[in-house]
Design a protein around this ligand. Structure first.
Ligand code: C2O
Ligand code: CU
Ligand code: CU
Length: 481
């Protein structure tokens, strides 16, 4: 297969990168450097400058910022929102209006995207790519909060480069009846690819990286490797996983603990479910309840297992600089003593009622490997030639995404929310809730339904950022006729 012939040998490192792994069993650092400080479980939200309880007004600046991914060596080409990686949490509740006073202190044009939020096309960051915020420029984003759950924001220009450099941040939108657990914490997952000699961000984009997506050699939770968070036996924690990686699918488990999945991209599920591991594709979010059932004084690691993106038998499988096994992501360190946990009750879930595809087919997308170009096309074309999809607003509509390629693609649709009603002929019983980003496994078809209640022109694209760069993107017009 031509696409794969372009690749170098699968098991050899293509460059001088190797896994950087700073947490070990004993809680001491492999490299002899100091352990990460012990943090309390929780988060700090951006300061709300407005006294009105229904308005969240924040200042946000993107700038060059040398941050430390946990190696002890700051990244010279790093970038950050408000000098923090991830950027500080943008927090609001249903019915609020968010005002973001944005300043672009980087040296690149940019436009911000609020991944998963049903905002207006003017605020979504795609239309704005034609009239971006220049270096030194400002822009005020106004975002109505009509959704709840965990979201994130990032630039929608030079996305693979700027997200790799650190420009991403979580958004937490509460329901009005939410009861806080003992700990509520976003865990933003990212991997950065560092040059092994300099520990600086490796130069972009060998051909291999473009084809398979850029996989990093440092696994980070909330912007650093080796993070350590303090827990107390008995407590109930809500962990909000956000996958901000360019290309990595994370297959996570927490040693000796189980996950109860309570929310996906667009908020709480109809019914939570319990699992011992969780797969998070780029762009996706999952909120998980974890009961601290461990032993006081012990440390438990969040582990990531290698997930193969390109599954073809007898052909090359992508090289993962983290190796083919599993690696620690962060640790939960139990203090002494036990608490009576608050427990947790699921707030009212605003979930879809479709149990199957509706008759009105809006579009059938076909994702295919283009043998000659070494790229994956949508409906036979690449951006900007991917055919426009035209659908009618306020109408229950089915979409099919057929992946004829041999690689996973996390397919993301802007501006509206969707329910997955069919994966290869089966209704997925577990995890029924709102989604905006969908793993489409190789040689598979995933069927979605939406009420399309947010008219506008919306982008759809693969959230492997190198694939989006290579044109795996198109536009959908949702018209209110
Ligand atoms: Cu998270 Cu169009 O992107
Ligand atoms: Cu998006
Ligand atoms: Cu893709």
């Amino acid at each position: 297969m031509l696409l794969l012939l372009a690749c170098t040998s699968p098991k050899e490192p293509a460059d001088d990168t190797a896994p950087v792994d700073s947490v070990s069993d004993s809680g001491t650092d492999d490299t002899g450097t100091d352990l990460a400080p012990l943090e309390t479980c929780g988060y700090t939200a951006m300061t709300d400058l407005d006294a009105d309880p229904a308005v969240v007004e924040v200042n946000l600046t993107a700038s060059m910022y040398a941050w430390d991914p946990g190696t002890g060596i700051p990244l010279e080409d790093g970038m950050a929102f408000n000098e923090s990686v991830p950027g500080p949490v943008l927090e609001a509740k249903l019915g609020d209006t968010i005002l973001v006073h944005f300043t672009n202190d980087t040296d690149m044009d940019t436009a911000l995207h609020w991944h998963g939020l049903r905002v207006s096309p003017e605020m979504d960051g795609v239309m704005q790519m034609d009239d971006p915020v220049p270096p030194g420029g400002t822009f005020d984003y106004e975002l109505p909060v009509v959704d709840t759950g965990t979201y994130w924001f990032h630039p929608h220009m030079d996305t693979s480069e700027t997200i790799e450099a650190g420009l991403y941040a979580p958004i937490i939108l509460h329901t009005t009846d939410e009861v806080a657990p003992d700990c509520d914490m976003p865990v933003v997952l990212d991997d950065v690819l560092l040059d092994e000699d300099t520990s600086q961000i490796a130069p972009p984009d060998t051909d291999m990286m473009q084809i398979m997506g850029r996989l990093g050699n440092v696994l980070m939770a909330n912007g650093r490797s080796g993070r350590r968070v303090e827990w107390t036996a008995g407590q109930t924690s809500l962990l909000r996983f956000v996958n901000a990686s360019n290309a990595r699918y994370w297959d996570l488990y927490l040693e000796d603990h189980t996950f109860t999945i309570v929310a996906t991209d667009g908020g709480f599920l109809a019914e939570p479910y319990t699992t011992d591991h969780l797969l998070v594709a780029p762009g996706e979010r999952y909120a998980v309840i974890v009961e601290a059932t461990g032993t006081p004084g012990e440390t438990y690691r969040l582990m990531n297992r290698r997930y193969v993106l390109h599954e073809e038998d007898g052909h090359m499988i992508e090289y993962d600089p983290m190796g083919d096994g599993e690696n620690p992501v962060m640790s939960f360190v139990y203090g002494d003593g036990t608490v009576e946990g608050s427990g947790w009750t699921q707030p009212t879930a605003d979930v879809p009622t479709w149990g199957a595809a509706v008759e009105n087919l809006g579009h059938h997308w076909l994702l295919e490997e283009d043998m000659a170009g070494g790229i994956v096309t949508i409906d036979g074309e690449s951006w900007p030639d991917v055919p426009m999809v035209d659908v009618t607003a306020y109408t229950d509509t089915t979409f099919e995404v057929e992946n004829a390629s041999e690689m996973h693609h996390p397919f993301h649709i802007h501006g509206n929310r969707f329910q997955v009603v069919d994966v290869n002929g089966e209704f997925p019983e577990q995890g029924q809730g709102w989604k905006d980003t969908f793993d489409i496994p190789p040689r598979s078809t995933v069927t979605l339904v939406s009420a399309l209640d947010n008219p506008g022109e919306w982008m759809f694209h693969c959230h492997i950022l190198e694939h989006a760069d290579d044109g795996m993107a198109g536009m959908m017009t949702v018209s209110a006729r």
